[in-house]
Design a protein around this ligand. Sequence first.
Ligand SMILES: Nc1ncnc2c1ncn2[C@@H]1O[C@H](COP(=O)(O)OP(=O)(O)OP(=O)(O)O)[C@@H](O)[C@H]1O
Ligand SMILES: [Mg+2]
Length: 236
Amino acid sequence: MNRGKFITLEGGEGSGKSTQARVLAERLAQEHGITVLVTREPGGTPFAERLREAILDPATGSHSALAEALVFFAARADHLDNRILPALAKGEWVVCDRFSDSTRVYQGHAGAVDPRVLDALDLIVGKAARPDLTLVIDVPAEVGLARAALRRGTAGQPSSAAATAGAGQRKVEGLMADRFEGRDLGYHKRLREGFLAIAAAEPERCAVIDGTKTPEQVARLVWQAVSERLVRGART
Ligand SMILES: Nc1ncnc2c1ncn2[C@@H]1O[C@H](COP(=O)(O)OP(=O)(O)OP(=O)(O)O)[C@@H](O)[C@H]1O
Ligand SMILES: [Mg+2]
């Protein structure tokens, strides 16, 4: 049994990662009969989802970028052991909405953790599964933030209104907005630069996708990158 392929989607808030993860997984299944696990970080297992909530919960107060990074790596270790690696070993493909590049960018490039510390943690935790392909969905920070505000129906309102408006997933997304989305535009611009810097440094793993186009056009660009880099390779 061939190991499945591991695809990650990265990019700033509201760039379209979750939208494209769903569309890509459907197309891989429909057109190639591939079994696909769609998952996300932080999260993806019951333990990792609890860690996600702990980080996002306002009741846990403010934490340092290092504390956040360590929790994200703990969540990732559990996610790899219990979901990602078993799926890949069965020959399934894994499409993961955010992965270690988000930690490198949020806590490193735009945060306060020494990138060497993150690289060291990544060597320990992430070495079991390097992504075969990382799709960096690129949009200007203003575009992503406007989309995220529209999605929550809170353009012009404090994001905490959305955090308390819904239950379950919506509540957690609202908390995510409180924790990261509410930071200033400069922070979000640094996020974009960070993702583009990673893509430039690792072009064999990363494909930058123009996320400013319509969802259908972006999906075509995603499919083109996946077909060129993985589907053809998997057949040979
Ligand atoms: N190409 C697009 N053009 C316009 N709107 C889009 C596009 N792609 C996604 N959207 C919309 O923008 C919002 C954010 O998209 P999505 O949730 O996929 O982004 P995301 O990158 O997963 O965001 P987050 O980082 O907050 O999880 C959603 O309301 C979605 O419907
Ligand atoms: Mg998302």
